[in-house]
Design a protein around this ligand. Structure first.
Ligand code: AHM
Ligand code: MG
Length: 329
């Protein structure tokens, strides 16, 4: 089954006005992904690696492919006619699209090229997206978008040895693999179910000195041998959230990017709520997993800024529940 055939079926299960827009937007993102995959494969040959010069709103140095990815994603969403506004990692303010306004219009939040520190070393990168109803797109601010439970669809594309697209429109999480010859996506992982408990965790342990005591105790627990509970867990970390979440979704276990707690009054996450944390939360929950900030469900958090950061602990339900238990203790 192709992605477009699958989208047509999912559209039928969504009662809302936004069902058609959802199918149009996800299909467009699939087409953009095929172009991004091509460009990534040739980036070194076309002198497209390295920095563009300058930083984005959250202070990251911007790479040439970040800028290029943002531009083609913006153009494609504009053409879809179903996107009323785009919140992109690479634009300080939402980009309004009059072409997509109206009752079926959606607000799309997107990180076109996530994990861009991997670009210059030929590592995996991804695209992450989240779709919300626009309610006529009244830019009353990010809080008007509501909590993550308002998302009508979310997904990611992983540019690895194969290009994989995983999405949910609220009834299960489904994975597709791109045929490189045609750029078409085919359903290869229907209704993904995450294992109840895993054996692997992913986290940047270089940041250990900044963690909440519960986070530190939890990782110490995962590293302590105990046959009965399947410990120690193995550590895997790629530097690209998409790759780490994809592995977690298929094999179970956890991916974590906890807050920096050096000032306990001001916990600072790294990953962005609207286009990294909330979509991954929905995708993993729809596969039977769990997504937490350590103290609350990720999907219950409402953004007060478009580029707001949040902590995330996501993965197998038993593992994430145990992490939350360590935070409580
Ligand atoms: P980016 O959006 O600037 O690429 O940053 C997001 C990435 C995630 O994909 C990844 O999980 C994380 O940053 C890695 O961060 P770190 O290098 O601090 O471990
Ligand atoms: Mg990113």
């Amino acid at each position: 089954m192709t992605l477009d055939e699958h989208l047509a079926r999912q559209q039928a299960t969504l009662a809302s006005d936004q069902a058609r827009g959802m199918a149009l937007v996800v299909s467009r993102i699939g087409s953009v992904a095929a172009v991004i995959a091509q460009e990534l494969a040739h980036a070194a040959l076309r002198v497209q690696l390295g920095y563009a010069g300058g930083t984005n709103l959250t202070g990251d140095q911007v790479k040439k492919l970040d800028v290029w990815g943002h531009e083609i994603m913006t153009a494609a969403l504009r053409k879809s006619g179903a996107c009323a506004a785009l919140v992109s990692e690479e634009a300080p303010e939402p980009i309004e699209m009059p072409e997509g306004k109206g009752s079926t219009g959606l607000v799309v939040a997107c990180d076109p090229v996530d994990g861009s520190s991997n670009l210059d070393v030929n590592g995996t990168v991804g695209t992450i997206f989240s779709l919300r109803p626009s309610r006529g797109w009244d830019p009353a601010g990010p809080a008007a978008l509501g909590p993550g439970t308002e998302q009508i669809a979310a997904g990611y594309v992983m540019y690895g040895p194969a290009t994989t697209l995983v999405y949910t429109a609220g009834s299960g999480t489904h994975g597709f693999t791109m045929d490189r010859a045609t750029g078409e996506f085919f359903l290869t992982h229907p209704d993904i179910r995450i294992p109840q408990k895993g054996k692997v965790y992913g986290i940047n342990e270089g940041n250990i000195s900044t963690w909440h005591p519960g986070q530190r105790a939890f990782v110490e627990y995962l590293r302590t041998p105990d046959k009965a509970t399947g410990r120690p867990y193995s550590l895997r970390y790629s530097g690209a959230m998409v790759a780490d979440v994809h592995r977690t979704l298929l094999d179970g276990g956890l991916f974590m990017y906890p807050a920096d707690m050096r000032d306990p009054a001001k916990p600072k996450g790294k990953l962005r709520l609207l286009y990294e944390v909330a979509p991954m939360g929905m995708i993993v929950e729809q596969a039977g997993g769990r997504a937490s900030t350590g103290t609350e469900r990720v999907l219950d958090v409402t953004a007060t800024e478009y580029h707001q950061r949040a902590a995330i602990i996501v993965g197998s339900p038993d593992d994430v529940a145990l992490a939350e238990e360590f935070y409580r203790r």
